[in-house]
Write a protein that binds this ligand. Structure first.
Ligand SMILES: NC(=O)c1ccc[n+]([C@@H]2O[C@H](COP(=O)([O-])OP(=O)(O)OC[C@H]3O[C@@H](n4cnc5c(N)ncnc54)[C@H](OP(=O)(O)O)[C@@H]3O)[C@@H](O)[C@H]2O)c1
Length: 249
């Protein structure tokens, strides 16, 4: 079966890398982006190509904070994939600090990367989706959207992303575009290593009903479901992939 391509932002490392692997394994041609770690992007590309010889998978550099760059990369990805039917807004950063200590730069950088960026990419691809009357957007959110001590910038960005998810679902569902989000609990990655990882990891293993943290692959399988026709009547949902623990300390 031939499938329309998918653009995955921040596919070079962590959960994004697992999402690219899962989508390519399911037969979706993919373009994934990275911003500064070219070596990680090349390693991901090589690993996925080795595992799936002949599959279409490519990488492009993109800073999602730059709307002009987003438009250019969406054009380039469309050219490489022929047609794009899916977007996974995965790229994000965390820069934790207590609210009273948080610098303008820490606040702005996280909001620009984790909220403005996903909007720029979704907006650029929506024009394309609407012209085909078909598109699936999956935004990667976090249980931290409900509040997260030490991450007021991250919580605000992810809560905004969930509002954006429900809004796009309403605005464009009638024109063939579905938009959903995945609310991730805890997956050990570079992002969590940079933000209070030891404390958070023990919190998850103690309080999560499944008594463990997740793998990127466990998130990726749900993303694949939301991109696929198997979720054809799922729209505007924030699906929790958090082992039953939806509260961040
Ligand atoms: N890990 C968790 O426990 C957890 C929990 C809840 C939600 N999430 C969400 O899951 C998603 C993936 O997180 P992760 O833990 O896998 O993160 P990660 O390992 O730190 O990977 C982040 C990815 O985003 C890219 N990126 C960062 N800034 C960017 C920018 N300005 N423009 C474009 N790309 C950029 C990075 O590219 P480079 O490699 O080039 O730097 C990398 O590919 C994020 O949305 C995160 O908020 C994660």
């Amino acid at each position: 079966m031939s499938r329309a391509g998918v653009l995955v932002t921040g596919g070079s490392r962590g959960i994004g890398r697992a999402i690219v692997g899962e989508l390519v394994a399911a037969g979706y041609p993919c373009v994934f982006t990275w911003v500064q770690d070219q070596a990680a992007a090349e390693a991901t590309l090589a690993a996925v190509r080795e595992r799936h010889p002949g599959a279409t998978v490519e990488s492009l550099q993109l800073d999602v904070r730059d709307p002009a760059a987003v438009d250019a990369v969406v054009d380039e990805a469309t050219e490489r994939l022929g047609t794009i039917g899916g977007l996974v807004n995965n790229a994000a950063i965390a820069r934790n600090n207590a609210a009273v200590m948080m610098s303008n730069e820490e606040w702005d950088d996280v909001l620009r990367t984790d909220l403005f960026g996903p909007f720029y990419v979704a907006r650029a691809l929506l024009m394309h989706f609407l012209s085909h009357r078909d598109g699936r957007i999956v935004n990667i959110s976090s249980v931290a959207a409900g509040g997260c001590s030490g991450g007021v910038n991250y919580a605000a960005a992810k809560a905004g992303l969930e509002g954006m998810t429900r809004t796009l679902a309403r605005e464009y569902g009638g024109r063939g575009v579905r938009c959903n989000a995945v609310s991730v609990g805890y997956v050990p990655t570079d992002l969590t290593a940079a933000s209070l990882s030891a404390r958070l990891e023990s919190y998850w293993t103690e309080y999560c009903p499944l008594r463990r943290v997740a793998t990127g692959e466990e998130v990726a399988r749900v993303v694949r479901f939301l991109i696929s026709d198997d979720s054809s009547f799922v729209n505007g949902e924030v699906l929790s992939v958090a082992g039953g623990l939806t509260y961040s300390p």
